[in-house]
Write a protein that binds this ligand. Structure first.
Ligand code: ADP
Ligand code: MG
Length: 201
């Protein structure tokens, strides 16, 4: 039971998020959800590091390629290729340039359903279709099509882990064990206590 409350997820504020001066707004959005910030740092990643980050999930190439193809078709457009692996080869090349372009802010958020809650607050991958109210939906504009025409990655401000297993691997890549802190946050007693004892004097 306890470890459900210790689910962790990795968030990266990508170089465009840093350049748009959105670090504070982004942290605020996750922080006010009730999740606990347990690790935080600024890094300039190199391209090899970015590649190892995306390839921690062996399914990433297929899933991301297919998501792109499906999105093109849903809009009645022709995808750059019908083969997800071919689509992802181009995406990865562009992603490496994008993430290595400047400082990024990496953070680890912890709490119940951390991965799902962070994905919801982050919003869908393509800003054109990300829901209003999400960070990607509210603070930026881009589309797969525009990115493909310009030969670059979709600029969507953030990375967030896709599953708890992926999160554990990504956190191990970005943070040393001693850089992720275990500590008690007073808010947690209100989020998690069964009886809310101790409010009234
Ligand atoms: P998410 O970041 O939402 O988990 P993915 O893991 O599928 O999305 O893709 C990783 C990143 O690659 C995206 O955040 C985006 O910056 C970029 N990207 C994904 N698909 C495309 C595409 N079709 N064209 C350009 N860039 C893409
Ligand atoms: Mg992803």
């Amino acid at each position: 039971m306890n470890n459900l409350k210790e689910e962790r997820t990795l968030v990266i504020v990508k170089p465009d998020g840093v350049q748009r001066s959105l670090i504070g707004e982004i942290i605020k959005r996750y922080e006010q959800s009730g999740l606990k910030l347990v690790g935080l740092k600024m890094i300039v990643p190199d391209e090899d590091f970015v590649e190892s980050h995306y390839l921690v999930d062996p399914e990433w190439r297929v899933k991301t390629g297919q998501k792109t193809i499906d999105s093109y078709k849903k809009k009645g457009k022709t995808p750059p290729s019908e083969n997800p692996i071919e689509v992802t080869a181009i995406i990865l090349k562009n992603l490496k340039k994008y993430l290595a372009a400047g400082p990024v802010v990496a953070m680890v958020w912890q709490g119940i359903h951390a991965v799902g809650i962070v994905r919801k607050i982050t919003g869908g991958t393509e800003p054109l279709t990300s829901d209003v109210g999400t960070i990607r939906g509210d603070f930026t504009i881009d589309s797969y099509e525009m990115a493909d025409v310009d030969g670059r990655a979709v600029r969507n401000l953030l990375h967030s882990s896709g599953s708890p297993e992926e999160a554990d691997k990504e956190i191990a890549l970005w943070f040393k064990e001693e850089e992720v802190y275990s500590y008690r946050l007073n808010n947690e007693s209100i989020l998690y206590d069964i009886n809310l004892d101790g409010i009234l004097e």
